[in-house]
Design a protein around this ligand. Structure first.
Ligand code: MRU
Length: 353
């Protein structure tokens, strides 16, 4: 068993094929951008931070053995490949932010550095640095979110509900919302964790449950349809989820089903947190309605592990994400820079995203 989604050393990238979890732990080599794009599209690797990391590192392994005849050639090659990588899945912003940053970096290096080999190596170093940065951001936001939650709830042992998978498997390690839970658990502040199945793709029952069991965190799986009853009867203290994109007014796109959990939390007076590294924040969009929501193939809804469960002939709608309005994010938005009310986000993160 391994919780490491991405294994990388210079020139060699492997991902844990999450389609096979929890039954098999199989790593697959990613030899370049096309492999990276296919793995992201097929959701062998998923979760907003991991998508960006695998995208960038797939480019790193592709360009390492290459030599470029001019600076323009490096610039154009890198910009084209990064642009392509952003097309695999449209909702998570991290890969788009990474593509923007890396494209600008190459341009900047081009104007300062004389040989193409140095530009290439500097770029690879930057992409490699994303792995450590993601891990340290996760650890910081995990601690900050946990401290905030303990203080707001005012209990020593918490019952926490989460949705989808936001753990080690969705990041370079530790996790975002699951990072908050991991930190609480490490400090002995977890009474119980509830994770939803997260239909239709079951990231909760396949992946989050796998991580919770692996870590020996007391936990229980519930179907998505049980959330309101769970809140009414089981004493849930707080909800924490991740995000694929938080926009400047605090509206948040996350795994389908997040919105209804936030509504239920508000009804029951339970604080609702969104935990993200600042790489998941998109200050260029004002409102959640501006976010493109990915729609996935009908088969992900009509079948389970390849077995058809839906009546033949039925039409399907399969949006992969929904948008939770900022006013339902009552606990706060947890980042590596602190925990903020959605209305404070823009000011608090000015110059930091
Ligand atoms: O479709 P997925 O599995 O990529 O969706 C993942 C989520 O919605 C996560 O909550 C989000 O990406 C944050 S992962 C730290």
């Amino acid at each position: 068993m391994s919780l490491l989604a991405i294994k990388y050393k210079r020139g060699h990238l492997e991902i844990l094929n999450q389609l096979l979890l929890p039954h098999k732990s199989v790593y697959e080599e990613i030899r370049g951008v096309e492999d990276g794009w296919q793995a992201i599209k097929a959701m062998k690797v998923r979760g907003a931070p991991a998508i960006a990391l695998v995208g960038a590192l797939s480019l790193a392994v592709e360009i390492l053995p290459m030599s470029f005849s001019s600076k323009e050639e490096v610039e154009n090659f890198v910009a084209e490949k990064l642009q392509y990588l952003t097309t695999a899945r449209p909702t998570a912003v991290n890969i788009m932010e990474a593509a923007k940053h890396l494209t600008l970096l190459v341009k900047g290096l081009s104007s300062k550095v004389s040989d193409t080999e140095s530009i290439k190596i500097e770029l690879i170093k930057e992409m490699e640095g994303m792995l450590d940065k993601d891990l340290s951001d996760n650890k910081a936001l995990g601690r900050l979110g946990a401290e905030h939650m303990l203080q707001l709830v005012g209990a020593d042992k918490l019952k926490v509900l989460t949705h989808c998978n936001t753990g080690s498997l969705a990041t370079s390690g530790f996790g975002t919302a699951l990072g908050v839970i991991r930190h609480l658990s490490e400090q002995d502040h977890i009474d119980h964790v509830f994770c939803t199945e997260t239909r239709p793709y079951n990231q909760g029952s396949r992946l989050t449950a796998y991580e919770l069991v692996y870590e020996n965190i007391p936990s229980t799986l519930v179907a998505d349809s049980m959330v309101s009853l769970l809140m009414k009867t089981k004493g849930v203290h707080a909800v924490v989820v991740g995000a694929d994109r938080v926009v400047s007014n605090g509206d948040t796109a996350n795994k389908i089903g997040t919105y209804q959990i936030a509504i239920a939390a508000k009804h029951h007076g339970i604080p609702f947190y969104v935990a993200v590294p600042s790489t998941s924040i998109d200050m260029s969009l004002e409102h959640g309605s501006d976010i493109v929501i990915e729609e996935r193939p009908a088969e992900e809804l009509t079948t389970v592990a390849g077995v058809r469960i839906a009546a033949p002939g039925i039409a399907c709608w399969n949006p992969a994400f929904d948008v939770t309005p900022a006013e339902l994010i009552t606990g706060g938005i947890v980042t590596e820079h602190g925990v903020f009310k959605p209305s404070e986000l823009k000011k608090a993160l000015a110059g930091k995203t």
